[in-house]
Design a protein around this ligand. Structure first.
Ligand SMILES: [Zn+2]
Length: 414
């Protein structure tokens, strides 16, 4: 095979492998080339880290080669780039632990991400997944959290191998695949996997049917320089989803990260209010709002818009921002802010204030519900002002804040 692909050497960083015929004349030529290289660059092979591997030659030739090179005799298998390297075909036992580790890891990555986001996957302590995993895996501008779903990511990464086999015939491993597995066939799609083949070839062929239509209709994406793009292809494979117009206001860097996440949940109506719990058949002790004395069911609309507790916090903070505005729900508020002809930074500041009110309302509700402690509205107003002023101080040097200094000074002075 080396002859067929004209393989004479492989280089990876400072590792060099040279392949040569098992006779002294060839070894002499290789050693001469190495001395020329050393003379020109002053770089020399590290004798302690260099080995010569010999096979299928007579003892006297063997001794001559060892003497000529001065390298120690190497024995297979060796480890190269963390993987076992052997001239023989890998047995299952040689590679099983590695394959097992990787496949387990892929399955576990999604599980770990899910547990991190929604709580333990342990049945007893299991929490409700507030947003579907499919949606979480979309980019933020499409309403997701931009977490990569490892299964889909794996398929798109395999897509790169298929692309290389079909398009990029210059790569060494692709030449090898065409020379061995596909030597009598025109395309990988009709190829039948031989009984004797490597693990990766079997897996690649098993997954190719899932990708055939997607790939053949050219739905995969390339980079500007014409190479396969895993990220773009991943997004193409996720499919179409409407653009979330207020995504930039949800994820604005003016808001604190914990506020952003809460707003993301709230615009989708996914916060677990008492009313929503009842709809999901989760038992609740008391379904009334705990922030006011109105004895009204705790719905999203009541808690975040109509509750007298929330209303007074909202009015106080809007007065501070110099805005007369009715709170008609976080999603609608952000949509209204979006179409206002304000400077971008002012838009983001008002969005951040709205997000902070939502976050602190939910927090006050949880303190009351789970710790039986009341949070005073004045405390919350002061806390939000303090958080925002700190944030503005931090961001005041940024480009977008510079042309909005009048508004910032207005907030800082009150
Ligand atoms: Zn209330």
């Amino acid at each position: 095979m080396c002859k067929k692909v004209k393989l004479t050497h492989l280089i990876f960083v400072d590792d060099l492998m040279i392949f040569y015929k098992g006779n002294l004349a060839t070894v002499n030529r290789v050693m001469e080339a190495l001395s020329h290289f050393s003379a020109a660059t002053s770089l020399e092979a590290n004798m302690e880290k260099s080995s010569v591997f010999l096979a299928g030659i007579a003892d006297d030739t063997r001794n001559q080669i060892i003497k000529r090179t001065g390298f120690a005799i190497g024995e297979f298998p060796i480890k190269y780039l963390g993987l076992p390297l052997s001239p023989k075909k890998w047995r299952k036992i040689d590679c099983w632990s590695l394959i097992d580790k990787i496949t387990q890891r892929i399955k576990e990555v999604d599980k770990i991400c899910r547990s991190y986001l929604w709580g333990s996957s342990d049945e007893e302590k299991k929490k409700v997944a507030l947003v579907s995993w499919d949606k979480v895996c979309h980019p933020k501008r499409l309403g997701g959290l931009n977490i990569k779903g490892s299964n889909t990511w794996n398929i798109t990464s395999m897509g790169q191998l298929i692309w290389q086999i079909i398009e990029n015939k210059e790569a060494l491993w692709v030449k090898w695949v065409h020379g061995i597995y596909l030597k009598d066939e025109s395309s990988i799609w009709n190829h039948k996997v031989p009984i004797e083949c490597s693990w990766y070839w079997r897996k690649l062929n098993a997954i190719k049917y899932q990708m055939q239509e997607w790939y053949c209709q050219g739905k995969y994406k390339l980079t500007q320089s014409g190479k396969y793009s895993i990220t773009r292809s991943y997004h193409a494979l996720l499919g179409h989803r409407p653009h979330m117009k207020i995504a930039d206001l949800i994820w604005t860097d003016v808001a604190l990260p914990k506020h952003r996440f809460m707003v993301w949940l709230a615009v989708q109506g996914r916060l677990l209010t008492q009313e929503r719990k009842l709809r999901l058949h989760i038992p609740v002790e008391d379904s009334d709002c705990c922030l006011c004395d109105e004895q009204t069911m705790e719905t999203t609309v009541h808690l975040f818009e109509e509750c007298s507790w929330t209303k007074s916090v909202w009015q106080e903070l809007m007065k501070w921002a110099g805005i007369t505005w009715t709170n008609n729900g976080i999603k609608q508020v952000l949509e209204c802010i979006k179409v206002k002809h304000w400077k971008q930074f002012q838009t983001e500041v008002v969005a951040a204030i709205s997000g902070a009110i939502l976050y602190h309302t939910w927090r006050a509700r949880n303190w009351k519900k789970f710790n039986r402690k009341s949070v005073h509205r004045e405390e919350v107003v002061t806390q939000i002002k303090k958080e925002l002023i700190e944030r503005l101080y931090f961001l005041s040097k940024s480009k977008k804040a510079r042309n909005c200094s009048f508004f910032i000074q207005h907030l800082q002075c009150i």
